[in-house]
Design a protein around this ligand. Structure first.
Ligand code: ADP
Length: 450
């Protein structure tokens, strides 16, 4: 660890890795600091994919999409509370981010769909591997190729300012004690606070006791570091509870939206559907909570399972129940066999008619549920994503309460608030890390040129 860098990137998730690579490719000398022993943050846990519109990948799949529709879906899904300056930059730079990844041999040439999106714009690798682990390991290859220094077990405790109120460095704790590092610019890429019960319940008392899908380091450090030097916080009470989390063991496993996107349905304890499974996370969560604490069950077949590689993993650790017929599946899952059988038959008819008269589902209807074996996964909602965080402008510059720029401080990824409004759409978090991570790297370069 040297005493001085051009740029200090705090956090090794998608946003931090992307910002560092972009800055390095512009000729800067960045360092990436990660407080945990494990690299990748919550990004490694992302499953569905990366949303983008007007991409060549979409055209190859005969999907004609537009920035306007991407904007409209995200705005609607976010309760029209999204920061529109950020949302405009986000949607209009999404295709460039897909291209930038491809230029770095990170190819996302398959498509799926997530709840609240009107078309297939969730890009993922053709191996169908979950996006997060794939993206982090591929970005790390790039970090290694470019010899960008990355240190784990180094925690940033304080942002330092000079007399002109410009960023001048950070104070860190390492295994060998405390140190100060100097740099004229810092990118906060520290992620959210879903694993910080105290901070969560400070803004949302109703979330006391909820499980979380987050890694233990998601404690909102960046939010507190920035606030200590005058940054404005926005939307701190907007917390996403993910509807489909398997939590019958001591670890909460998020069952990715791709399972529903590829065709799974959700049923209640008696084996009946109760919601449009691809409504927004907020609405699906509310519908499951209304079942009165039983949780719900994802039901799918071999054809759907083959489209979502992560199910193999869930199965290998015992989270999936399997049977040769739908009736047997109901029995092993302790659902009503007759009800589940007719639920699946009705659903298959809806897929054939492309019309879900009961719940108005209109996406994720490309395949029905009739190719055994059949599978079920028990799920319930858990804290998943914090929409609130530090305020930035579309240049990723961190803002004060008076909307003044804090010179030298940039932020990208989940640490930022505002982009998602009151509900983040699946596939938008990975997109946010790459789109705004790139932007942060570019804007730091510009700032340091002045
Ligand atoms: P994003 O998706 O926005 O990139 P992630 O959750 O994937 O966010 O990554 C954020 C990373 O930042 C995590 O690995 C987390 O452990 C790390 N981090 C959080 N706070 C600090 C800190 N104070 N010092 C160093 N690293 C931190």
């Amino acid at each position: 660890l040297q005493d001085n860098y051009d740029l200090i990137v705090i956090g090794s998730g998608g946003a931090g890795l992307t910002a560092a690579i972009q800055a390095h490719e512009l000729g800067l000398k960045p360092v990436i600091l990660e407080k945990m022993s494990k690299i990748g943050g919550n990004t490694t846990r992302a499953s569905s994919g990366m949303n983008a519109a007007e991409t060549d990948v979409q055209l190859n799949h005969h999907i004609v999409d537009s920035f306007e529709e991407f904007y409209a879906d995200t705005f609607k899904g976010g309760g029209q509370q999204n920061n529109q300056e950020l949302l405009k930059y986000f949607t209009e730079h999404s295709a460039l981010a897909i291209d930038w990844l491809a230029d770095h041999q990170i190819v996302l040439d398959e498509l799926t769909i997530t709840g609240g999106m009107s078309t297939m714009r969730t890009h993922r690798p053709s191996s169908m591997a979950p996006i997060g682990g794939f993206l982090v390991s591929e970005l790390l290859k790039q970090v290694a190729t470019e010899n960008i220094p990355l240190y784990t077990d180094v925690k940033v405790n304080e942002l330092m300012l000079n007399d002109a109120h410009q960023i001048s460095g950070v104070k860190v704790t390492t295994a060998n004690g405390d140190r100060e590092l100097t740099a004229k610019a810092v990118v906060l890429a520290t992620g959210g606070f879903g694993a910080n019960q105290a901070l969560l319940t400070k803004y949302r008392a109703d979330l006391k006791g909820y499980n979380t899908t987050n890694q233990p380091g998601a404690t909102g450090d960046g939010i507190e570091l920035a606030q200590a030097i005058g940054a404005k916080l926005v939307d701190m009470d907007q917390v996403q509870v993910h509807p489909t989390v398997q939590q019958d063991t001591d670890h909460a496993y998020l069952i990715g939206e791709a399972v529903r996107g590829e065709g799974a349905i959700l049923v209640n304890q008696s084996g009946a559907r109760f919601v449009n499974e691809l409504d927004t996370r907020k609405n699906v969560t509310a519908a499951i909570d209304e079942l009165g604490g039983t949780g719900a069950w994802l039901i799918f077949d071999r054809g759907i399972r083959d489209r979502v590689k992560a199910v193999e993993f869930y199965d290998s650790i015992g989270l999936v129940k399997t049977a040769d017929t739908v009736a047997d599946l109901a029995t092993t899952t302790k659902l009503d066999a007759a009800t589940l059988t007719s639920t699946v038959a009705n659903w298959n008819q809806a897929v054939a008619d492309q019309n879900d008269a009961e719940f108005g589902r209109s996406t994720g209807m490309d395949r029905d549920i009739q190719h055994g074996p059949f599978y079920s996964i028990h799920i319930a909602p858990a804290v998943h994503y914090t929409m609130g965080g530090v305020a930035i402008n579309h240049l990723t510059q961190v803002l004060t309460a008076q909307d003044q720029v804090i010179n030298g401080l940039f932020a990208a990824g989940e640490v930022v608030g505002g982009l998602h409004g009151n509900n983040r759409i699946g596939g938008n978090s990975i997109a946010e890390t790459v789109i705004f991570g790139r932007q942060a790297g570019q804007q730091v370069f510009k700032y340091l040129q002045q």
